[in-house]
Design a protein around this ligand. Structure first.
Ligand code: S3P
Length: 442
């Protein structure tokens, strides 16, 4: 287990490129595997989560190779997967497990899925229940690994029997929405999914690009049967969720800092944090905007700013759900009390992020009140101090605390930071490149 040791820096400067978007990377592998022909993916995120998706498809007979810097997926069509011999290990990745459950339920394949301790504790009923109501056969089992005494969850899917239909899901979730749509697509049935608020729409956009028949009307997405999907060339933009750590670092740094993150995905369903940081008074500019593979991409520039508190809630939440940990760091460096509400989904992410932030931020001298559905963070610039923090094995908590440690006087230590490799393997290298004083110790 490695820890981060972080000391404050006077200012942060530089231009950096970030690894590929995690959501888009998963989908490029998934859709590549079920398309006809070879899909070529540029800037695929080589984080553990996406590699878990890659390994799962290899176990189902799909050849996936890296040639130079490009990943090639030799798709076998909608009916081309074979039942794996091994258990599919989704690691820490909720996206892998949930999308795969839907995809397999609609296929002719029988497979067993599991994950690490965090993933095995996350709710899967939100996907399994609607899939069962569509006709899927799914069993959940718990097995005790005698050597470790730890319980692991196994989920067996026996593909087949999926009926089409219209489904209403109770939460805004791109993973649940995608799982149901993929079950229909694989089974050749028309499926509509309606969510209460719009979640990220990468599935809809990319499926369309691969030749699927996708219709979006308000909060309802419909996918109609097609005979085949066609392989594509995918250029994965930089991950906005990774960029957010550097944007906040650029804003809360002092002096003549200037950070530019290049070629970042700016899909409107993802960039709620950009709106919030601007509303907080953040000096952020979007430069060189263009469209690549149906997604808006641009460079983002952040300069030191006097931030002020805001209220974050309602329909904006799904558009910034993964950025709430780093937004609460921005709130800690702002003036006034920031209220984050309607964000109960944070309790079922890689860890309970509300509880984690409410426990960790005060160690750094930040005044925080835990709410059932969020947090209240009072700007505490004057009382910030270095601390020993815990990641709870959650990559976004680890990186958020590293950013906070980069302005907090003294030497900060953050425990258990290996988890950062799930989404952002070169995080510390890029932090150092822009002037942060961060090192990894065993
Ligand atoms: C993701 C969807 C989001 C997000 C997660 C990735 C995806 O979860 O938090 O990190 O790639 O579909 P929801 O399913 O709750 O929207």
């Amino acid at each position: 287990m490695s820890d981060y040791v972080v000391r404050p820096s006077a200012s942060f400067r530089g231009r950096i490129d970030l690894p590929g978007d995690k959501s888009i990377s998963h989908r490029s592998v998934l859709f590549g595997a079920i398309a006809h022909g070879t899909t070529r993916v540029h800037n695929l995120l080589e984080g553990e989560d996406v590699l878990a998706t890659v390994a799962s498809f290899r176990n189902m007979g799909i050849v996936i190779r890296k040639k130079g810097r490009v990943w090639e997926i030799a798709g076998k069509g909608l009916g081309g997967l074979r039942s794996p011999e091994a258990i599919l290990d989704c690691g820490n990745s909720g996206t892998t497990m949930r999308l795969m459950l839907g995809l397999l339920a609609g296929s002719g394949v029988t497979a067993t899925l599991t994950g690490d301790a965090s993933l095995n504790a996350r709710p899967m009923g939100r996907v399994i229940d609607p899939l069962r109501s569509m006709g899927a056969t799914i069993f959940e089992m718990t097995e005790t690994r005698s050597t470790l005494g730890e319980n692991i969850r196994l989920i067996e899917v026996r593909g087949g029997g999926i009926r089409g239909g219209a489904f209403k899901i109770p939460m805004a979730s791109a993973q649940v929405k995608s799982a149901l749509l993929l079950a229909g697509l694989m089974a050749g049935r028309k499926v509509s999914v309606t969510e209460p608020l719009k979640s990220r729409d990468h599935t809809e956009r990319m499926l369309k690009a691969f030749g699927a028949r996708v219709k979006v009307k308000g909060l309802t997405v419909t996918v109609e049967p097609v005979e085949r999907l066609k392989a594509q060339q995918v250029f994965v933009p930089g991950d906005f969720s990774s960029a957010a750590f550097f944007l906040v670092l650029g804003l809360i740094g002092a002096g003549k800092g200037r950070l530019v993150v290049r070629n970042i995905g700016l899909n409107p369903t993802r960039v709620g944090a950009l709106e919030i940081l601007k509303k907080m008074g953040g000096r952020i500019r979007v430069l060189r905007k263009k469209t690549v593979c149906g997604e808006t991409v641009g460079d983002l520039e952040a300069r030191p700013s006097r931030l002020k508190a805001v209220t974050i809630g309602g329909g904006l939440i799904p558009r910034l759900i993964d950025e709430i940990p780093i937004l609460s760091v921005a709130a800690a460096a702002a003036e006034g009390r920031t209220v984050i509400r309607d964000a109960g989904e944070l309790r079922v992410k890689e860890t309970d992020r509300i509880a984690a932030l409410a426990a960790e931020l005060p160690r750094f001298g930040v005044s925080v009140k835990e709410r059932k559905d969020g947090l209240e963070v009072t700007g505490s610039r004057g009382t910030l101090k270095a601390a020993e923090g815990n990641s709870y094995g959650d990559h976004r908590i680890a990186m958020s605390l590293a950013v906070l440690g980069s302005i907090a006087p003294g030497t900060t230590r953050i425990r258990e930071t290996d988890c950062v490799a799930t989404s952002f393997p070169n995080f510390t290298a890029l932090m150092r490149k822009v002037g942060a004083k961060i090192s990894e110790t065993q």
